[in-house]
Each structure stands twice: as C-alpha cells, then as structure tokens.
Ligand binder design. Structure first.
Ligand code: ZN
Length: 131
C-alpha cells in the first residue's frame, strides 16, 4: 500500500470509529509518516506523557512516524482519549477518576492503561469484523 492509500485507510478507520461510537464527522486526521520529532519523543519519555508528538488538539488528531500499524493503534488511542477527555462522558470520567483515587493509583497512568486496553479491544474487534 502506498502512503496515500494508507492515509485513506486511516481516514476510513476514523470514520468507522466515529460511526461505532456515535460521533460522526467530528475529527480531522493528519498523518505525517515522514516526520519523527525526536526532541518531542525524548521529552515524552522524560515526562511519561505519550501524546505530545502523537496527539490531539481540538478537533484534530495528528500522528507522526512511518509505522502504519502503529499509526492505526495511535489513531484509536487518541480517538478514545479525545472523547474521553472532551467531556462527552464527563460523569464516566469522574467515576473512573474516583475509582483510581480510591485505589491510590496515579490517575494519568491508570487512564492510559484503560485507554490501551480499550485500544487493543477495538483493534481486535475491528479485525474480526473485517476492519
Ligand atoms: Zn493516551
């Protein structure tokens, strides 16, 4: 697959996610396969944040790096976070944060873990259903 074909596939995946979760056409996707922001990546390692380079700004998901499979995973990850953090499911986020607090877990790490589990689940689900 060429890069433009893969970009179209990523776009399709985003629309599929939006359809699946009921947020049609809300997000724009940008994939920069040739850009690797090493400086930002280093910074991410230091801070433990994953999404300074790969991430969302309002209404837009930006993914860096050439690895297509990783790009798919990042897209799902960021999609979940975008809607999780955008306040669409505020009571749910509040509840989850309370649970994390109750267990004295780091809320950021726990949320990341939850997002990773959901990402893997969605990837598998979509694969089984011809995604
Ligand atoms: Zn994340």
């Amino acid at each position: 697959m060429s890069i433009s074909e893969r970009t179209i596939e990523l776009e399709k995946l985003l629309r599929k996610l939006e359809g699946f979760f009921g947020f049609p056409g809300e997000l724009e996707l940008v994939w920069w396969p040739h850009i690797k922001n090493i400086e930002v990546a280093d910074n991410m390692k230091k801070t433990g944040m994953h999404s300074a380079a790969d991430g969302q700004t309002r209404g837009k998901i930006t993914i860096y790096g050439p690895d297509y499979e990783k790009a798919k995973e990042t897209l799902i990850h960021e999609f979940i976070e975008c809607h999780l953090l955008a306040g669409f499911v505020e009571p749910y986020v509040h509840l989850v944060n309370k649970l994390f607090e109750a267990h004295e877990l780091n809320a950021y790490k726990s949320r990341e873990q939850l997002v990773r589990i959901l990402t893997r689940f969605i990837l598998r689900e979509f694969k089984e259903n011809g995604g």
